[in-house]
Design a protein around this ligand. Structure first.
Ligand code: ARG
Length: 468
């Protein structure tokens, strides 16, 4: 073998005693994770401080040692935050880096920190702490985005537009209603993330490699010190489990699918064929060749990034599916996918918000789109039902009238004379006509969950309350 190198980094590895030889530089870098897990530095410091304090209380290490360790960890945290200490990119992982630093600075005291601990429970606790924070931040972004949607909805309670099924105009609704539908989805995303938080709120510290420790650790104490509700139940589960990562990536990928669908609507609406929305120039991009273009790139990119978060979820699921219990190095691959989903969701929420809050909606185009598609056909059928006709016959009668209109080149049932309508059913009378107006149709759909402006106002209030 050529080019055998010594430990290719300043900080020694944690497992140097057992192996007489070290991997070569490229192989060492391959198995290292510092590039990705350095973002767990603060959580690692926090976990180590709680661990050191607990070890002293339990008489495993002297109190002065714990005090020195805690003080040094605090200092390392400050130096990292201030940028006066750089993370060594050649270290194996963040856990090795910080333990190495403690040893370098404190000698044997540093060598005491890892008693009753393994990187297996250490990384699990770091990751849970990190996700807890990250989820709170995403939930805040979600709350702000919901606020934007609900404010916009409130301004458009009476803005009539077509509601679609199969991308065909179906029945009149309002823009407020459509935006509230989006808001409901985002509100569920906030709930889902909350559920994830609740379930992950257990502390794996003290699980050690997989089987706990012979040392008298106090797991309740470290759990409490780190703000967890309780310690995890089973040590083996604690180091093998990544459900919290899956749930987080799952909830985020559902959230991204929601944003993606909204963005699909926005892209359609921004096109000349719809013309429902005018995106701000600062939230659009142009073409390098076609001088006239104004493209909804932000909406498209958010839609595209939903593919990325779905991919991250699949990465995690696939990573776990064949893993024997308990810890395996494969688990090191969990972080990149998870961090990417968190970053992507947070950024996309901000971008989505910016794009929507700066957009202008074209009320005339939306209203005009309600004409000509026979959106009033269901109202006509329900008119007959109210007069006693069985619904299936009423449906057929209204359908035949639509066919009559098409044959006569008419764009709406309103264009039929009463005599013509009565030719299809005696039950029709003058009082039908006002009901066929899109605004009236929307106002009459005032059941709970319906598009009537008063009802949508209630929906908006309900959704706002959930934000408190
Ligand atoms: N860097 C590792 C990870 O991210 C830490 C745990 C390593 N444990 C081990 N036994 N190799 O999962």
């Amino acid at each position: 073998m050529t080019n055998k190198v010594d430990t290719p980094h300043r900080v020694p590895v944690l497992w140097g005693g057992r192996l007489a030889e070290r991997p070569e530089a490229e192989a060492f870098a391959f198995q290292a994770s510092i590039r990705v897990d350095s973002r767990l530095a603060m959580e690692d410091i926090e976990g180590s401080r709680a661990h050191a304090a607990m070890l002293a209380r339990q008489g495993v290490i002297p109190p002065e040692t714990a005090a020195a360790l805690e003080e040094e960890l605090r200092r390392i945290g400050e130096e990292l935050a201030a940028g006066t200490l750089a993370i060594d990119p050649e270290a194996e992982d963040i856990h090795s880096f910080i333990e190495g630093l403690l040893t370098e600075r404190l000698g044997d005291s540093g060598r005491m920190i890892h008693a009753g601990r393994s990187r297996n429970d250490q990384v699990a606790v770091d990751l849970r702490l990190y996700i807890k924070r990250a989820i709170s931040l995403v939930r805040e972004e979600l709350a702000e985005t919901l606020g934007t949607l609900l404010d916009t909805a409130e301004a458009h309670l009476d803005t009539i537009m077509p509601g679609y099924t199969h991308l065909q105009r179906a029945q009149p609704v309002t823009l407020a209603y459509h935006l509230s539908a989006w808001a409901c989805a985002l509100s569920r995303d906030r709930d889902r993330l909350w559920d994830t938080l609740e379930r992950l709120d257990e502390c794996p510290l003290g699980a050690c490699a997989l089987a706990g420790s012979t040392l008298p650790l106090d797991r309740d104490r470290t759990a409490r010190a780190l703000g967890f509700k309780r310690p995890t139940v089973n040590a083996m589960d604690s180091v093998a489990d990544r459900d919290f990562a899956l749930e987080c990536a799952g909830a985020l990928s559902i959230l991204m699918v929601h944003l993606s669908r909204f963005c699909e609507d926005i892209s359609l609406w921004a096109g000349e064929e719809f013309g429902f929305i005018r995106l701000a120039e600062s939230w659009s991009t142009g073409s390098s060749i076609m001088p006239q273009k104004k493209n909804p790139d932000f909406a498209e990119l958010i839609r595209g990034k939903a593919g990325r978060t779905a991919g991250n979820l699949v990465t995690l699921l696939t990573l776990l599916k064949g893993l024997p219990y308990a810890y395996n190095k494969d688990l090191q691959e969990d972080k990149e996918a998870l961090f990417d989903s968190i970053d992507t969701a947070r950024t996309c929420l901000r971008m989505f918000r910016g794009m929507v809050s700066s957009a202008a909606f074209n009320r005339e185009r939306m209203k005009a789109a309600c004409a000509g598609g026979f959106l009033e056909a269901t109202d006509a059928a329900e008119y007959l039902v109210r007069k006693g006709m069985p619904f299936r016959r009423a449906h057929e009668t209204a359908a035949l009238i639509v066919r009559d209109c098409i044959a006569a080149g008419q764009a709406s049932i309103r264009e039929r004379t009463l005599e013509e309508l009565q030719g299809r059913s005696e039950l029709f009378a003058e009082d039908l006509y006002p009901l066929l107006d899109p605004a009236v149709s929307v106002r009459r759909r005032d059941l709970p969950g319906g598009p009537a402006p008063e009802e949508v106002k209630r929906q908006i209030e309900k959704l706002r309350k959930l934000l408190c």
